[in-house]
Design a protein around this ligand. Structure first.
Ligand code: FAD
Length: 422
């Protein structure tokens, strides 16, 4: 290891959108800091997502306040590569002190002096504070039910790139959140036979009465919800910005276009897969969420006397497709021609490198709005860090502001000198 020893007030680990936002706020508050990124700025947007991905929210919404997307109209859905470029441009705008290609291997509190020692791929760093901005979606999770079957290609959605990557034959996509739905749709359009395993989900209308759902969640205060509604811990959100952001995720429509919907994937046994008999219930739950949002939107328009065009057709539902009327509960994979499984089943975090007392008994970060239980250790970018919007581009910017403020305030306390010291 090259031994380079740096001392810095605040070390930010990770230069995705969370790290860039942290750096902007720390810069504004004149907190000396350094951001270390093991790859490139916003790497996940470049290489951690599938090729055709565009932002789920329109350009006016899914951005930081200080910069617009160059070359895109407000209502465009920006392709992932341009989202990454945006964060690079953003960091350049205020000359963010980011060092790329440096991995943080270990963070430990110093035993006989304040601060932390950080072991990196390039040497040691001493810092008074550390901010973990290493992402909400770090390690792909494939549930233990995944079959051990060499004849089937199994990948996580994080490793899916495009339809050509898959062998000939049908695909089972497990998970119908935004990733699963978008991938299933892309594969179906590419001519693949697709089974989509649908669990509990919310599915807001892409737009209603001339306003995008991002706008509706904003004005209705849903982005700011401080905690998940009880019982919704396993409920995913199914939205898409694909195809110009024209479509609400509608499972019946996907089925009418050729996708076979199935319930939650339960088990694999001897070459066959069983599904829970909850498909209709899950779709009905999603419908309810959709219709509740239309109701709330109508009430908001009424209450505020807004002049937005009525949209009664938004309430019309398509007929149930065959796969909902007679849900499949057992499927022989070979007979169904399935040669690949895509696990769109989410991610977990990995803080094994952060050797501090900032975790609860379940190993989850213990914090209040990102300020952890271990003084000097902060988290940013985690789901529900302060609100529903915390992992999203605009939300993380606000959370980072709060954390930077906390750091600046602590520095002020420490700089205080009483009259005998002045
Ligand atoms: C498929 C998908 C689509 C999404 N679409 C949208 C969207 O449209 N709009 C939206 O607002 N949000 C979206 N999100 C959510 C969120 O915006 C992204 O997940 C975003 O990448 C999170 O940013 P982050 O900076 O918190 O984490 P990341 O982007 O994951 O950045 C963390 C960085 O930390 C680095 N790092 C990790 N460990 C270390 C270490 N030990 N040392 C040094 N560096 C390290 C990583 O290399 C990485 O670059 C999407 C998420 C997914 C999965």
């Amino acid at each position: 290891m090259t031994v380079e020893k740096i001392e810095i007030d605040t070390l930010v680990i990770g230069a995705g959108q969370a790290g860039v936002a942290m750096s902007e706020h720390l810069t504004k508050l004149e907190v000396p800091h350094l951001v270390l990124e093991r790859n490139r700025i916003a790497e996940k947007w470049r290489t951690g997502r599938w090729d055709s991905l565009v932002a789920n929210g329109p350009a006016w919404h899914d951005r930081f306040p200080g910069l617009q997307f160059e070359g895109f109209a407000d209502d465009d859905f920006v392709p992932k590569e341009d989202v990454a470029d945006y964060f690079v441009a953003y960091a350049e705008k205020f000359n963010a002190p980011i060092r790329t290609g440096v991995e943080v291997k270990k963070v430990e509190r110093n035993s006989e002096r304040p601060g932390f020692t950080i072991e990196t791929s390039e040497g040691l760093i001493e810092a008074n504070r550390v901010v973990a901005a290493t992402g909400p979606f770090q390690t792909p999770v494939i549930p233990p039910i995944a079959p051990k079957d060499d004849n089937i290609l199994q990948i996580h959605s994080a490793d899916y790139r495009n339809p050509e990557q898959l062998p000939e034959g049908g695909v089972l996509v497990v998970g119908a959140g935004s990733s699963g739905v978008q991938i299933a749709d892309e594969l179906n359009r590419a001519g693949k036979q697709v089974h989509l395993s649908v669990g509990a989900h919310d599915r807001p209308p892409r737009s209603y009465r001339n306003r995008d759902f991002c706008w509706w969640l904003g004005v209705l205060g849903e982005w700011d919800a401080a905690a998940m509604k009880p019982g919704s811990e396993h409920v995913t959100i199914a939205v898409t910005g694909a195809h110009g952001g024209k479509g609400t995720v509608d499972f019946r429509a996907l089925a009418h276009q050729g996708i076979t919907l199935v319930g939650l994937t339960e088990a694999f046994n001897n070459g066959s897969v069983s599904f829970r008999s909850d498909l209709v219930e899950n779709v009905a739950r999603g419908d309810k969420n959709y219709l509740d949002l239309l109701d709330a939107a109508d009430a908001y328009i009424e209450r505020n006397g807004l002049d937005l065009p009525e949209e009664p057709e938004a309430r019309k539902m398509l007929a149930d497709p065959e796969c909902m009327s007679n849900p499949i509960q057992q499927l022989d994979l070979a007979a169904a021609g399935i040669t690949s499984i895509i696990w769109a089943t989410g991610f977990k975090v990995d803080y094994s490198w952060l050797k501090v007392n900032a975790f609860d008994e379940n190993g989850k970060p213990a914090h209040q709005r990102g300020v952890s239980t271990e003084p000097g250790v902060y988290f940013v970018g985690l789901p529900w860090l302060s609100r529903r919007g915390s992992t999203f581009i605009w939300g993380v910017w606000h959370d980072a502001k709060h954390i930077a403020d906390h750091i600046a305030t602590q520095r002020k306390y420490l700089a205080y000198r009483d009259s005998s010291q002045r």
